[in-house]
Design a protein around this ligand. Structure first.
Ligand SMILES: Nc1nc2c(ncn2[C@@H]2O[C@H](COP(=O)(O)OP(=O)(O)OP(=O)(O)O)[C@@H](O)[C@H]2O)c(=O)[nH]1
Ligand SMILES: [Mg+2]
Length: 700
C-alpha cells in the first residue's frame, strides 16, 4: 500500500469551542492565514470570514453551522472544526466534540468564563477531549487575564497551566511573553503579521519567573517524570517541560493557557505551536470502542479499532449537508483503515452496503477532490444516500458500530404553513432535507389539523430554517407563534384494566389486560415490563399490547402531549381461543394505558430555561420587574465588574420575545444567555388552561 503523506503522529483533529462571540471564527481565519491556507484575512465584521460561509452567518455575524477546514503547520496537518457558540446550535458542538481529538477553548478576556463557556466545557469533559485555552480580546478595555484564569479555576474547576503573559495591556498590547521559553514575542508589521523575538522586558521578569516556577510545580504534581526530576533537583529544560505539559494535557490533568488578540493578530503563531506541541494526535488517543455485529443472538461483542491504515476501515458519519450542486455530502471521521473513492462500504447501523462516490477535503463550503481517505482524516463523501448522522461506515468483513452521537430533544415548536396551497409537498420535502442536516430539528405532520409542526432548540434556530426555506427552496411560509413542547407524566403508581371485546355475528374481537404504571426518574423515557405468568396472555400478543401503550403515550392522555418517564408493567389479562388477535390486544393495551394515566395523578411538564442577564446597575430594577412578570424565579444577583449578573429560571413559555424586551428596557446595553435547564410540572391553574385549550381543539 502507498504510504501516507503525513504520518499519523503529525495529525491534529481539533475543534474551536467557546461562548458566542468569543472570537472562534476570527482566530480560525487568522490560523488559516498564518499557515498559508488563505492569502487574504477573512473578517467576521465585514462578512468575509471564509468559515462563516452561509449567507445568514454573514448577515447575522454569527456562526450557525460547524465548518471544517485544514491547514499545515510545522509539518503537521491540522484539521479544524470551527463551531458556533449560540446555544440554539449546540448540536454542532456536540457532534464536533464527538469526533475530535482535541479542543482549543476561547475566552473573552473581558467577560471571562461565561455561561456557554461552562456548557461547552462540560460537553468537552463528557467526550474526554483534551484542550488548550486561549484568552482572547486582551486588546479590549477591561481585559484581565488573572480574573479570567481565576474564573476558570472556580467555575470550570480547571487546573490551569499558565504558559504566557500579555506584553502590554488593552490597546497597548503588543505581544506575549512565553513563560516556558523565557522569551517575549512582539507582533508588528502590517496587521501584526510579523513576529520578533525579544528578551523579556525587565518589568515582566519577576512575574514570568514566578509563573514558570508555578507551572513546573504544577507539572510535578501531575506528571511522574517531571516529579522525579523535580525531587532529584535536576534541571528541567524547555524540552522536558513541553514534553511533560503534553502528557499532562493529553491525560487532562492540566490545561495550558495562552493569551492574545485574534482580531489584532497577536499571539496566533504561538497557538499553532501549542496545538502541535500539546494536543494529541490520533495515536495518543485510546482506541475507539464499538460493538461488533457478528451474527444474531450471539450477544454484543466489544470491538476496538486502532488508528492504523492497515486495520479494517471504520468511520463515523457526523454531519450531513445538502449541497445545491453535488447533493448530499456526508462528513466522516475516519478512525481506522483507509479507502479510495468508489469503494463499497458497509453501514453497520442500517445493515446496507453503499458505494462511496467522490471524496472531498472540505474548506468551509469549498471542497477539493481527494483520491482516498486514511486514518485520522476528516473528509466528506458523496454517494452515501442512506447514511444518517451517527451511523458507522465500515469494512463489510469487519463490521463495527461505533457509539452514536446523542442530541438534545427539541423544546420549542412553531406551526408552519406554505403561503400557497400548491407548495405543501415542496415544503415537506424541503423540511425533510433540512431535518437531515440538523438532528435537533424535527418535522411533524399532523393529519387531523393538516398542520406541519417544526420543532427545535430555540427561536433563532427555527428562524434560520424558515429563511433557508425561502431562499434555498423558494417556499414562502407562514409561521405561528412559537409554542412549547410540553410533556405529560404521572406522579403516583396506578393499576387499571383494558378490555376490548366485540361480539358481532362471525369472528369477534377479544383482548384483555391488566396494567400497572409507575413514575420513573426524569429523562428516563418509557419502560415496558412483561410480568404475565402461565400464559394468561399468550406471548405472541405481548408486543401488540406494548405497541398500544406506546401509541397512547405518544399521543398523550390529558392534554395531547407525550407521556414520559413511566414504567408500564403488564401483570394480568385473559384471552379467547378464537376471537383474540393482535389488533384486539393493541386496543386493550391502549385502553389500559389511558385509564392508568388518568388514575396516576398526571401532571403537565414544561421546559424551564436557565437565564443569565448581564446588565448595568441602573436597569436592575426594571430587568427584575420584567422577569417577575414572566414567571421568572430569580436565583441570584451578583456584581461582575461594573455590571450586575442576574441568574434566573424562566419557563420557556414566558421567554418568547425576551430579546426585544430586554433591549428596550436597557437601551440595548444588557445582554442575556438562555439555555434549556430541565422539565418541571406546571401549576394547577396553568395545567387547567393547557388542558382547556386542548379540549377545545386549540393547542396554539
Ligand atoms: N477587540 C477584539 N475583538 C475581537 C477579537 N476577536 C474577535 N473579536 C470580535 O468579536 C466579534 C465576534 O467574533 P467571532 O470570531 O465571530 O466570534 P465567534 O466566537 O466565532 O462567534 P460565534 O461563532 O457566533 O459563536 C467580532 O466582532 C470580532 O471582530 C479580539 O481579539 N479583540
Ligand atoms: Mg464563529
Amino acid at each position: 500500500m502507498m504510504s501516507r503523506t503525513i504520518p499519523l503522529e503529525r495529525i491534529r483533529d481539533i475543534g474551536i469551542i467557546a461562548h458566542i462571540d468569543a472570537g472562534k471564527t476570527t482566530i480560525t481565519e487568522m490560523i488559516l492565514h498564518h499557515s498559508g491556507r488563505t492569502y487574504k484575512i477573512g473578517r467576521v465584521d465585514d462578512g468575509t470570514a471564509e468559515m462563516d460561509w452561509m449567507d445568514q452567518e454573514r448577515e447575522r455575524g454569527i456562526t450557525i453551522t460547524a465548518a471544517a477546514t485544514s491547514c499545515d503547520w510545522q509539518d503537521h496537518r491540522i484539521n479544524i472544526i470551527d463551531t458556533p457558540g449560540h446555544v440554539d446550535f449546540t448540536a454542532e458542538v456536540e457532534r464536533s466534540l464527538r469526533v475530535l481529538d482535541g479542543g482549543v477553548m476561547i475566552f473573552d478576556g473581558v467577560a471571562g468564563v461565561e455561561s456557554q463557556s461552562e456548557m461547552v466545557w462540560r460537553q468537552a469533559n463528557k467526550y474526554r477531549v483534551p484542550r488548550i485555552c486561549f484568552v482572547n480580546k486582551m486588546d479590549r478595555m477591561g481585559a484581565d487575564l488573572w480574573r479570567t484564569v481565576d474564573m476558570m479555576k472556580k467555575r470550570l474547576n480547571a487546573n490551569v497551566g499558565l504558559t504566557q503573559l500579555p506584553l502590554g495591556e488593552e490597546s497597548s498590547l503588543t505581544g506575549v511573553i512565553d513563560i516556558i521559553e523565557e522569551k517575549a514575542y512582539k507582533f508588528s508589521g502590517e496587521l501584526n503579521s510579523e513576529l520578533t523575538e525579544i528578551p523579556i522586558p525587565d518589568e515582566y521578569r519577576d512575574n514570568a519567573a514566578r509563573y514558570r516556577r508555578a507551572l513546573i510545580e504544577n507539572l510535578a504534581e501531575a506528571d511522574d517524570e517531571i516529579m522525579l526530576a523535580y525531587v532529584a533537583d535536576e534541571k528541567i529544560d524547555v524540552a522536558a517541560i513541553k514534553a511533560g505539559l503534553r502528557r499532562a494535557t493529553i491525560s487532562a490533568r492540566i490545561v495550558p493557557v495562552l493569551c492574545g488578540s485574534a482580531l489584532r493578530n497577536i499571539g496566533i503563531q504561538p497557538v499553532l505551536n501549542a496545538i502541535v506541541d500539546y494536543l494529541p494526535s490520533p495515536l495518543d488517543m485510546p482506541p475507539i470502542r464499538g460493538s461488533g455485529v457478528r451474527g444474531q443472538g450471539s450477544g454484543v461483542i466489544e470491538e476496538l479499532r486502532y488508528p492504523d491504515d492497515d486495520a479494517p476501515f471504520s468511520a463515523l458519519a457526523f454531519k450531513i449537508v445538502t449541497d445545491p450542486f453535488i447533493g448530499r455530502l456526508v462528513y466522516l471521521r475516519v478512525y481506522s483503515g483507509r479507502i479510495k473513492s468508489g469503494a463499497v462500504v458497509y453501514n453497520a447501523v442500517t445493515g446496507k452496503k453503499e458505494r462511496i462516490g467522490r471524496l472531498y477535503q472540505m474548506h468551509a463550503n469549498n471542497r477539493v477532490e481527494i483520491p482516498e481517505i486514511d486514518s485520522g482524516s476528516i473528509a466528506a463523501a458523496v454517494g452515501l444516500r442512506n447514511t444518517s448522522t451517527g451511523d458507522t461506515i465500515c469494512d463489510a468483513e469487519h463490521p463495527i458500530i461505533l457509539e452514536s452521537i446523542t442530541f438534545p430533544e427539541p423544546v420549542i415548536s412553531v406551526a408552519i404553513e406554505p403561503m400557497s396551497r400548491g407548495d405543501q409537498d415542496r415544503i415537506v420535502d424541503a423540511l425533510t432535507k433540512l431535518a437531515e442536516e440538523d438532528p435537533t430539528f424535527k418535522v411533524q405532520y399532523n393529519q387531523e389539523t393538516g398542520q406541519t409542526l417544526i420543532s427545535g432548540m430555540g427561536e433563532l434556530q427555527l428562524e434560520v430554517i424558515v429563511v433557508r426555506l425561502l431562499r434555498e427552496f423558494r417556499v414562502k411560509a407562514k409561521v405561528s407563534r412559537p409554542r412549547v413542547a410540553y410533556k405529560e407524566t404521572i406522579t403516583i403508581p396506578a393499576r387499571a384494566e383494558g378490555r376490548f371485546v366485540r361480539q358481532t355475528g362471525g369472528r369477534g374481537q377479544y383482548g384483555h389486560v391488566w396494567l400497572e404504571i409507575e413514575p420513573l426518574q426524569p429523562g428516563t423515557g418509557f419502560e415496558f415490563v412483561n410480568r404475565i405468568q402461565g400464559g394468561v396472555v399468550p406471548r405472541e400478543y405481548i408486543p401488540a399490547v406494548q405497541t398500544g401503550i406506546k401509541q397512547t403515550f405518544a399521543e398523550g392522555v390529558i392534554a395531547g402531549y407525550p407521556v414520559v418517564d413511566v414504567r408500564a408493567t403488564i401483570v394480568d389479562g385473559s384471552y379467547h381461543e378464537v376471537d383474540s388477535s393482535e389488533p384486539a390486544f393493541k386496543m386493550a393495551g391502549a385502553i389500559a394505558a389511558r385509564e392508568c394515566v388518568r388514575k396516576a395523578a398526571p401532571v403537565i411538564l414544561e421546559p424551564i430555561m436557565k437565564l443569565e442577564v448581564v446588565t448595568p446597575q441602573e436597569f436592575l430594577g426594571d430587568v427584575i420587574g420584567g422577569l417577575n412578570a414572566r414567571r421568572g424565579n430569580i436565583d441570584g444577583i451578583e456584581p461582575r465588574e461594573a455590571l450586575t449578573v442576574i441568574q434566573c429560571f424562566l419557563p420557556l413559555a414566558e421567554s418568547f420575545g425576551y430579546a426585544t424586551d430586554l433591549r428596550s428596557i436597557s437601551q440595548g446595553r444588557a445582554s442575556f444567555f438562555m439555555g434549556f435547564d430541565r422539565y418541571q410540572a406546571v401549576s394547577k391553574e396553568l395545567a387547567d388552561s393547557i388542558i382547556g385549550k386542548y379540549r377545545s381543539g386549540n393547542s396554539g
